[in-house]
Design a protein around this ligand. Structure first.
Ligand code: GCU
Length: 431
C-alpha cells in the first residue's frame, strides 16, 4: 500500500470509530474531532491481559519461564502490534571528534561522538554528546537523554557548535531558529557522580509524517516500497533502534559503567525510552516522563488520550506500527496493554514520572500499570510499588519500580531531577 493510500484507509477507519465512542464521552472536549474522557466515573470496566500466563495457557512461575517463554511472546506482540518490526542494526561505525573537552568550569570532561547509521557516512548520523564528572575515579553511571533539541541547545555549554534541527513541518533550520526548550541541568548529575549523554531524536528520524524520507526508516525501504509495511517500524521504533546503536558505542567507552546506563526521555520520547529499554536489555534503568498513551498509561482506561486519538491520520500514526490503528475501535480487543510494556523492563529499575494536571497523558493510568506489573517484578526478585493507593503529587515511591507525580503539567520540572538522582543513586551508587 502506498503512503497516501494508507492515510486514506486510516482516515476511513477513524470516521467509523469516532461515531462508536462519541456518545459515551464529553462532546465538548475533542482532539482531531474525537471526544476525550476526563471523568474517572466514565472509565469503563476492563480486564487486563494476563502477564503470567503464556499463550498456550501455562502458568509462568519461574525466572526461566519468564525469560524463555512469556517475555519473548510479549516482546513479539509489541513489535508487530504497537511499535513495529525493525531491522538488525549495522556494525558500529563512529568517529570521536572531540575527546578531551572540558566543560562546566572544569567539572566535566566532554566527549563528542558521531554515530553513522548507514555505510555512506554523509547520510544518517547522530552526534552523541557525553559529559563525565572529572572527580570520579573509574567508570561512572550515565544518564542517556534523548531529546527534542540538537545537543547545542539541549545543554548550556557555549563551546558547542550549533546543530541543525528539523521543524515539525519538515524544514531543517539552525537550532537557534527552532523550538526552544530549557537546557538540561547536567551539573546537578555530575555533582552526584553521574555522567550525562544527550542525543537529538531528529538526527535518527525527523518527527513528522513524511519524516521517513529524511530518516532511517526511509533508508531501509525495499525497492518499490514507499512506506514501511503495516507491521514495520514507526518512528518510536526508529528512535529506540538509534538508542540501541548509541549503546553499542557506550559499551566500548571504558570511562562509562555500561551496566549502569539509564535512559531518559519525555513524552513521545518517554514512550521511546520504554520501548528502547524493552528491546535492549543492556540498558540498566529507564526513566520515562509523561509517556502517556502508547507509553505507560493503560489504553483500556480510555482516559485522556486514547489509541484512537494517537494514531489518527492527522496526528501521530507514523510513530507506531500501522497495525495499532485496528485497536482504535476497541482497545479491549488488543492482546496487549501498557503493563506488559513495563514488564519487558523488569526486573530493572523503572521510574514513571508524571504530573498531576497532565490529564491528557493519564497519570492515574500510569500508576495502575505500575501496580499491575508488580507480580513480574516480584517473580524476578525485585520490588514493585507495594501499594495500590495512588500517591498524592510530590510524594515519590522509590523501589525497583518508581512512581513520581509532580504538582504540575506535562513534561519534567527542574525539581524532578532531585527525584531522578535519588533513584539513580539508590540503584547505581549506593547498592
Ligand atoms: C502529543 C501526543 C502525546 C505525546 C506528546 C508529546 O500531546 O498526543 O501522546 O506524548 O504529544 O510528545 O509531547
Amino acid at each position: 500500500m502506498s503512503f497516501f493510500h494508507r492515510k486514506a484507509f486510516w482516515a476511513f477507519a477513524y470516521l467509523m470509530s469516532i461515531t462508536s465512542f462519541a456518545n459515551a464521552q464529553d462532546l465538548n472536549k475533542k482532539v482531531a474531532g474525537i471526544a476525550i474522557n476526563y471523568d474517572e466515573n466514565n472509565v469503563p470496566d476492563y480486564q487486563l491481559p494476563e502477564l503470567l500466563i503464556s499463550e498456550n495457557g501455562d502458568k509462568i512461575t519461574s525466572r526461566e519461564e519468564w525469560f524463555n517463554k512469556r517475555r519473548p511472546e510479549i516482546l513479539s506482540l509489541f513489535k508487530t502490534e504497537q511499535f513495529g518490526l525493525f531491522p538488525e542494526k549495522p556494525k558500529l561505525n563512529f568517529n570521536v571528534f572531540e575527546n578531551d573537552g572540558s566543560a562546566f568550569n572544569n567539572k566535566a570532561s566532554r566527549t563528542q561522538v558521531r554515530l553513522f547509521f548507514t555505510e555512506d557516512t554523509t547520510k544518517i548520523k547522530a552526534d552523541l554528546l557525553i559529559y563525565l564528572p572529572k572527580k570520579s575515579k573509574g567508570p561512572v553511571p550515565l544518564l542517556l537523554k534523548i531529546g527534542f533539541s540538537p545537543n547545542s541547545n539541549a545543554v548550556d555549554d557555549p563551546e558547542l557548535k550549533e546543530g541543525m534541527m528539523w521543524t515539525r513541518e519538515g524544514e531543517r533550520v539552525p537550532a537557534s531558529q527552532g523550538r526552544a526548550f530549557k537546557p538540561f541541568d547536567v551539573e546537578k548529575f555530575l555533582d552526584n557522580g553521574i555522567g550525562v549523554a544527550t542525543i537529538y531524536y531528529g538526527d535518527i528520524e525527523p518527527d513528522y509524517p513524511a519524516g521517513f524520507k529524511n530518516g532511517i526508516r526511509g533508508h531501509y525501504l525495499e525497492e518499490g516500497e514507499d512506506y514501511p509495511a503495516p507491521n514495520e517500524w514507526g518512528t518510536i521504533s526508529a528512535w529506540s533502534w538509534g538508542l540501541s546503536y548509541a549503546m553499542d558505542y557506550l559499551v566500548t567507552n571504558d570511562h562509562i559503567d555500561s551496566k549502569k546506563v539509564a535512559l531518559y526521555g519525555i513524552s513521545r520520547l518517554g514512550k521511546t525510552v520504554l520501548w528502547a529499554g524493552a528491546i535492549d536489555q543492556r540498558f540498566g534503568m529507564v526513566i520515562a516522563s509523561c509517556s502517556g498513551e502508547g507509553g505507560a498509561a493503560i489504553s483500556r482506561r480510555q482516559y485522556g488520550e486514547t489509541i484512537h486519538h494517537m494514531v489518527h491520520p492527522n496526528r501521530y500514526f507514523y510513530q507506531f506500527s500501522g497495525r495499532r490503528a485496528k485497536y482504535s475501535f476497541d482497545p479491549n480487543s488488543s492482546p496487549i496493554d501498557s503493563h506488559m510494556l513495563l514488564s519487558l523492563i523488569a526486573p530493572r529499575p523503572l521510574m514513571l514520572q508524571t504530573g498531576d494536571t497532565d490529564y491528557w497523558s493519564d497519570p492515574k493510568g500510569e500508576f495502575d500499570a505500575a501496580v499491575a506489573v508488580e507480580p513480574v517484578y516480584e517473580l524476578l526478585g525485585a520490588e514493585g510499588l507495594q501499594t495500590k493507593t495512588w500517591p498524592a503529587a510530590e510524594k515519590p515511591i522509590l523501589k525497583d519500580l518508581g512512581y513520581y507525580m509532580h504538582a504540575g503539567g506535562h513534561g519534567s520540572l527542574p525539581s524532578d531531577n532531585d527525584v531522578f538522582i535519588d533513584f539513580l543513586k539508590m540503584h547505581f551508587i549506593n547498592k
